[in-house]
Design a protein around this ligand. Sequence first.
Ligand code: SF4
Length: 114
Amino acid sequence: MKEFTCIVCPKGCRIVVDDTGIRGAGCERGVEYVTKEMRTPVRMATSTVRLTGSSLPRLPVKTSAPIEKRMLMRAVKLLNDVTVTAPVKCGDVVLKDILGTGIDFVATKSACRL
Ligand code: SF4
């Protein structure tokens, strides 16, 4: 038996999956969410990168789309080799095509030059 909390809408249904099937979903979107989670769980990754030329020491970043959970640690590790120079605008791509997924790390904050 596996239990999930659906994150598709604020209702947050508790959905149980066992040998008898999927129970507890308030709607079909929850069933789709759980089916995807069972097959290929994905998450948004957030982190920070080194930033130069700004009063901020680090720049917050996130993935442009959810990335497979099994890749999260490797994806975030890639940021250790990234240094961004200000100015940076929120939404700028900081690291392109993470691990060949087509997903980028993008800035979640703007940073002006000193
Ligand atoms: S199952 Fe449907 S109603 Fe329940 S949290 Fe998910 S999307 Fe919302």
